[in-house]
Design a protein around this ligand. Sequence first.
Ligand code: BF8
Ligand code: SF4
Length: 634
Amino acid sequence: MKSRDKAVNQMIKAAGEREVETVWDRYQTQQPQCGFGELGVCCRNCTQGPCRINPYGDGPDHGVCGANADTIVARNLVRAIAAGAAAHSGHARHLAHALKKGLAGKAPAYGLKDEAKLRALAARVGLDPELPAEELVNKFMDMALEQFAEGEGPLKWAQSFLTGGCGETFERLGTMPTGIDNTIVEMLHRTHLGVDADPVNLLLAGVSCAIADYAGSHLATDLADIMFGTPGPVFSQANMGVMKEKSVNIALHGHNPVLSDIIVQEAREMEEEARGAGAEGINLMGVCCTGNEILMRHGVPALTHSISQEMPMLTGALDAMVVDYQCVYPSLAGVAECTGTKLITTMDMAKISGAVHLGMHEENAAEKAREIISVAIEQFRARQGRPVNIPSVSSKVVAGFSVEAIVQALSKLDAADPLKPVIDSLAAGSLQGVVLLAGCNNVKVPQDDSFLVIARELAARDVLLLATGCGAGAYARHGYLTPEATLEYAGPGLKAVLTAIGEANGLGGPLPLVLHMGSCVDNSRAVDLAVAVADKLGVDLNKLPVVASAPEFKTEKAVSIGTYAMAIGLPVHLGVVPPVLGSRLVTSVLTEGVKDLFGGYFIVETDPYKAAGAIFAAIQERRSGLGLPTREWE
Ligand code: BF8
Ligand code: SF4
């Protein structure tokens, strides 16, 4: 089985018929994959290599420079964390530049949209929230940009949004970053030939980089919210059935709303042009995290996610796929050539040979957005008369659960103390705990399977489920972001809690089984929620019955997120084995040693049923630590 998604399977069949190569075909041609790479024991950090260590003792146990398996595995891992942090914080930096230019009158598409969010954030980072908006936003942006440079003390965006206990732990262990960029750059320095060869020291530096990743992610979420609005509940749809044969179908793929949000705004103005070309209208759809951003803020339907990103083109009905950066497969160019889709790259730092490049800059965002939409309209004209094969598979979606939206919904139950109903339910055991399901799909796992199994197993046992990234996408495509899913899969306690909140908000039924909190940078939203609960209870995050899980993770960004989730104190389940098993030392530090230092730790389990059991056990351990009633796995 390649995917649990019916629409994806229909398109895999279409790909076979048309002899279009997909991610699953290429995975086969890569077999057998390199065992040294899988274990993390190969090093290419200098030209005396590549060196590889035989972890079974019947080959070299040191590289040419003398680095052993522990050093090599640790170095490879922490470089991945640095790359992830660079990606998330690069996304934040891009938004910061756009808003800064917008405020200076140089980029008319950008400005302050959500003043209430700005004021709330300002109070958290120590600015006077009562300042006039213009003065405040400028001060806030100066401070935001300062996060990238090396400062004197702890990184403000890490310190201000986590618990006091986290800050103290990071200071004590020397893992509190002083700036985002210098922390990432130092990791490249440390992992150069002949610098840091102490695996534990390297891993601690990896944690520091991951905390910088958290700060960068939080900043990305904050800036997107103040520029484009903080999400609230939206109703939409997901999966390839959202394509419309008679409309101009445009997929927006990548991560940064810096362009996609503007395309959403401009498309509203260009409906007439589309109708002039014989279309019924413009049909925007999202892929991956750019898709999550515009679903959360505008209700734009979600088309598909992660490993199935090539599939929508095979319908023959996709006129353009517009990409920004991150998680965009270069293979899209070849598929687009076969299917006639215009693949449009938009970032000068992320081009793909064979794609049309329409480079957007902050100054010309609206103009570029219109140019991109016009290319898609032309392609719509060109495809007329050709057959299409759109799977009639789609699900209803309720999304938009920012922390603000969740607190707002909860305030209908208790206006004075919105978190109280959740905390009371956790204490009583009608809610056992909270699990954040995050991360990617991975070609090594049948697409969505682990996400779905874990959600069903945990929901039946009264665990509240949050989701982000392609995980949230998986739940969207399978109908798990609906009240109906709550009625079908939730255990009695969870059902009662979600129903009480839903009914208090006039929904006439429960909240969805899984709450979609946004893209991968929006994992910071889930952390905010956990921090609010921890602060209210007066305990640290590493005491809460809260677990993170990345059942099908793939990217370096996901490694970085998993590491910060561990560092703030959460048990973190990984459903794909990370390339660390070549070092017993590194493996034991990550699964056990870190628990004493941070409270969080990694659980590696590829079987989703066993993983659900392990996650539930981690929740019970936390409940027992808090003196709350525990439950057996039944
Ligand atoms: O940042 S979940 S495949 S799209 S890395 Fe990429 Fe993974 Fe999807 Fe979003 Ni996150
Ligand atoms: Fe080999 Fe050391 Fe060079 Fe790595 S840094 S390739 S282990 S010599």
